[in-house]
Design a protein around this ligand. Structure first.
Ligand SMILES: *Cc1c(COP(=O)(O)O)cnc(C)c1O
Length: 369
C-alpha cells in the first residue's frame, strides 16, 4: 500500500468479500443475505460497495431513505432494494425506481396503497415492519386486523416479507428480552401468514442477530456492520476484517515552549517543551470535538500521538514529542490494527457512529489486500 499523501479513507474490497463469506457461512444455504448499505454503506461508498456485493451474489440491499435507493439505481444496481424508512412524499419516486418500501404504520400503509393504485401497480412488493420491543418503527401486533382489512382483495400490493428488528442482539445480558422479541415476531407472522394465505418471507436479524440467534435467521438476514468488519464483540471481531482505514499526513511540525498554547480557546497549555504536528482532518471530516483534549490519538510511524486542544473544523494538532517523524509522513487515524471501534471507544461512542460520520469531503480510495 503506497503511503497516504492527503486525507483518505482506504476501502479494502477483499476484506468486504471476506466478511461477506464469513457471515454467509453462518447461514443455511437457502437463507437470503440482505446487505445494509444505508448512510453511504456505513460511511464508506454505497455505490462501490453495492456493485462489488452484487457481483459476488448478495440477494438484497437495504437503505434508510428513498434517495439513497435512487442513488444506487442511478449507479446501475439492479438487485432489489428495501427502503427501511421511506416517507409518503417519496412514494411516487420509490415506485418509479423499483424500490421496495418498509411499511411500518397504518398511515403509511394507506398512503402507499393510494399511490400504488394511482400508478396502476399490480402486486407491488412491500415489506411489513413490526415493532416487537425496540419501539422505534413498526406496526403493533394489534394493527394486524387493520392491515388485513386494507390488504383484503387488494391487487396493487404484495406482501413480500414481514420483519422486525432486535433491540439488543449484541448484549448477552439481554438474551431473555431478545427471545421474547423473537416469540412475539413468531406469533405475529403465524397470524399474518394464515390470514393472507400466502407465506411472506420473514426476517429479523441484524449482524449480532446473525451471530447470536441462529434460530432467528428465517428466510433472510439484514447485515450491516459485520460486512464493514465489526461483530460487536471481541471474539467476533477476530473473524472479521475492518474494510476502511482512515489516513492522513503531517502538514506542519511546531516546537512549542512552556507557557504557550495550541489551538482555539487556548485549550492546550504547554508546561514543557513539546513538539506538535498539524494534521489536515477535523470535525468537518468526521473527527468529532469529543476526540480533542487528549481523548483520541493517532498513530505516526507506529507511535501514539494524542490529539491536543480542541479539534478544529479542518485540522487537529497532535503531540509528537519524542516521535521520530517529519512533515509529509503518514498518519493513521484507524485501520485494521487500531480499529474504528478502538478509536470510537475513546470518545464513548461506537464504530457505527465514527464510521458513518466520515464526511463526503474525505477522498475514498479502493484497495484489494
Ligand atoms: C441498520 C439496520 C440493520 C443493520 O444492522 P447492523 O447491526 O449494522 O447489522 C438491520 N436492520 C435494520 C432495520 C436496520 O435499521
Amino acid at each position: 500500500m503506497p503511503k497516504a499523501k492527503e486525507t483518505i479513507l482506504e476501502i479494502d474490497l477483499n476484506a468486504l468479500e471476506h466478511n461477506y463469506r464469513y457471515l454467509k457461512s453462518k447461514l443455511k444455504s437457502n437463507t437470503k443475505f440482505l446487505a445494509v448499505v444505508k448512510a453511504f454503506a456505513y460511511g464508506s461508498d454505497a455505490q462501490a460497495i453495492a456493485k462489488h456485493l452484487e457481483t459476488i451474489g448478495v440477494d438484497y440491499f437495504a437503505v434508510a431513505y428513498t434517495d439513497e435507493g435512487v442513488a444506487l439505481r442511478n449507479a446501475g444496481i439492479t438487485t432489489p432494494i428495501l427502503v427501511l424508512h421511506p416517507q409518503p412524499s417519496n412514494f411516487s419516486t420509490l415506485i418509479e425506481r423499483c424500490l421496495e418500501p418498509s411499511i411500518y404504520s397504518p398511515k403509511v400503509l394507506k398512503a402507499f396503497k393510494e399511490v400504488a393504485i394511482r400508478k396502476h401497480q399490480n402486486a407491488y412488493p412491500i415489506h411489513l415492519k413490526f415493532n416487537t420491543g425496540l419501539n422505534r418503527l413498526g406496526f403493533w401486533e394489534n394493527d394486524i386486523d387493520f392491515i388485513l382489512s386494507e390488504l383484503n382483495l387488494e391487487k396493487s400490493l404484495l406482501v413480500k416479507s414481514i420483519f422486525s428488528h432486535f433491540a439488543a442482539s449484541e448484549d448477552p445480558n439481554e438474551t431473555e428480552f431478545s427471545k421474547a422479541q423473537l416469540a412475539t415476531f413468531n406469533s405475529i407472522s403465524n397470524h399474518i401468514t394464515e390470514a393472507l394465505e400466502i407465506a411472506p418471507w420473514k426476517h429479523m436479524c441484524n449482524t449480532s442477530g446473525i451471530l447470536n440467534y441462529p434460530e432467528a435467521h428465517f428466510d433472510m438476514v439484514r447485515c450491516g456492520i459485520g460486512l464493514y468488519g465489526f461483530g460487536n464483540s471481541k471474539s467476533e471481531n477476530k473473524n472479521l476484517k475492518p474494510i476502511a482505514a482512515l489516513k492522513s499526513i503531517i502538514s506542519q511540525i511546531h516546537q512549542i515552549e512552556p507557557g504557550e498554547s495550541v489551538g482555539y480557546n487556548r485549550a492546550f497549555k504547554s508546561e514543557s517543551f513539546e513538539t506538535t504536528a498539524t494534521i489536515p482532518i477535523g470535525h468537518a471530516d468526521g473527527i468529532s470535538r469529543q476526540f480533542g483534549q487528549q481523548k483520541g490519538y493517532v498513530f505516526i510511524n507506529g507511535k501514539k500521538a494524542p490529539i491536543i486542544g480542541n479539534v478544529c473544523m479542518d485540522m487537529i494538532m497532535v503531540k509528537i514529542t519524542g516521535i521520530d517523524c517529519n512533515e509529509g509522513d503518514e498518519v493513521i487515524l484507524f485501520d485494521h490494527q487500531f480499529t474504528a471501534e478502538d478509536l470510537a471507544e475513546k470518545a464513548n461512542t461506537i464504530s457505527y457512529e465514527l464510521l458513518t460520520a466520515i464526511s463526503q469531503r474525505v477522498k475514498r480510495v479502493f484497495t484489494s489486500s
